[in-house]
Design a protein around this ligand. Structure first.
Ligand code: NAI
Length: 339
């Protein structure tokens, strides 16, 4: 079945698009031979070795079909004259609505409740949630997505506190209140939701120390990037009842695990149905009734897919023509357009 993105790309560049199933690494980079541009997705490896291998094949442009670019070595791209573009905004609503869905599903224990109903168990025992109205939700990062999360929460009667390096006037006008440090935010919130980018300074932003600063019995939601949270420290915080529950659409070691069906894999040991790449840490986290994991699907709405495809085509057309067509703000590493 053709995805929206393949369909739009092929229609825009007839006969010039090649879809490669193999995961990108140094060994598969030669599959790009003869291509000026490659189009990568969120978990593709864009480390220096792969960038150099792509450059050796003549690649001059990387068009990311996503907003985050934490897996692309922009310096290595610049050193080899590869321009990099992304899709800076395709639907902040999609990600924000998924974050809210995780909050509500966890709070009202929808997964547990539905599993019971499927077995004819209509007991309400153990399904007590809390009113969102009147609770305090902490938003870390009030950019496009963070603001789209804040709006419905304010509509539900939540108090929204925020921490961002650059507070937004738009958020303040909506009624968001800023604090000066994340340390100040964490103990005050019933729910903390992460919407800042992953970079050197935010890797393991939620480490053991900060998880311990969260309000006892509170909820953490991460729809941004997995490595914002130290997953070993998270498991410990859950074990020790430091926090009550976690909703996560992203996981720090998701590359190679997410976007694949590993359910049929085996390690060739008779009777075993566990493949070599089975992630026991993730499986252990996901097996807890107070943890809700989705596989990096927060972006996955029809509108977002269409917008990603359209902007990616715009980016590729700009690269091909050497002429900037829109105000996408898509270019990341200062390497110019054109050939
Ligand atoms: P944005 O660039 O509009 O907003 C990011 C905000 O984070 C900015 O206001 C920035 O000042 C703030 N920030 C940066 N460093 C910070 C720090 N150390 N502490 C607190 N705030 C900090 O980005 P947008 O569009 O809102 O996206 C946010 C993140 O969501 C992306 O970086 C990406 O990782 C993630 N994302 C996840 C998706 C999914 O499907 N799960 C899809 C799209 C984006």
């Amino acid at each position: 079945m053709k995805t929206t993105q393949t369909r739009v790309l092929e229609a825009s560049f007839p006969g010039r698009v090649r879809c490669v199933e193999a995961a990108l690494d140094v060994a598969t980079a030669p599959l790009a031979a003869g291509s000026n541009a490659v189009c990568l997705f969120v978990n593709d490896d864009g480390g220096a070795d792969v960038v150099n291998a792509l450059a050796d094949q003549g690649v001059r442009f990387i068009a990311m079909r996503c907003a985050g670019f934490d897996r692309i070595d922009l310096d290595a791209c610049a050193a080899r004259g590869i321009a990099v573009a992304r899709v800076p905004a395709y639907s902040p609503y999609a990600v924000a609505e998924h974050a809210i869905a995780l909050m509500l599903a966890l709070n009202r224990q929808l997964i547990k409740s539905n599993a019971r109903v499927l077995q004819g168990n209509y007991s309400l025992s153990g399904l007590v949630g809390f009113d969102m109205h009147g609770k305090t939700v902490g938003v870390v990062g009030t950019g496009k997505i963070g603001r789209c999360v804040a709006a419905p929460l304010i509509g539900m009667g939540c108090k929204v506190l925020a921490y961002d390096l650059y507070p937004s006037d738009e958020a303040i006008a909506m009624g968001v209140e800023y604090v000066d440090t994340i340390e100040e935010l964490l103990p005050l919130c019933h729910i903390v939701t992460l919407h800042c980018p992953l970079n050197e300074s935010t890797t393991h932003l939620m480490d053991e120390r900060r998880l311990r600063l969260m309000r006892p019995g509170s909820m953490l939601v991460n729809t941004s990037r997995g490595a914002l949270v130290d997953s070993a420290a998270l498991a410990k915080a859950l074990d020790e009842r430091v926090i009550a529950c976690v909703g996560m659409d992203v996981y720090e070691k998701e590359a190679g695990v997410f976007f694949k069906d590993s359910s049929e894999k085996t390690d060739d040991v008779s009777g075993s149905s566990v493949g070599a790449d089975w992630d026991f840490e993730l499986a252990s986290l996901a097996s807890r009734p107070n943890v809700l994991v989705t596989g990096h699907q927060a972006f996955l709405t029809a509108e977002a897919l269409e917008n990603i495809a359209t902007t990616t085509v715009e980016n590729l057309l700009e690269f091909e023509s050497g002429v900037k067509r829109g105000e996408g703000g898509a270019y990341l590493n200062g390497v110019g357009l054109g050939h």
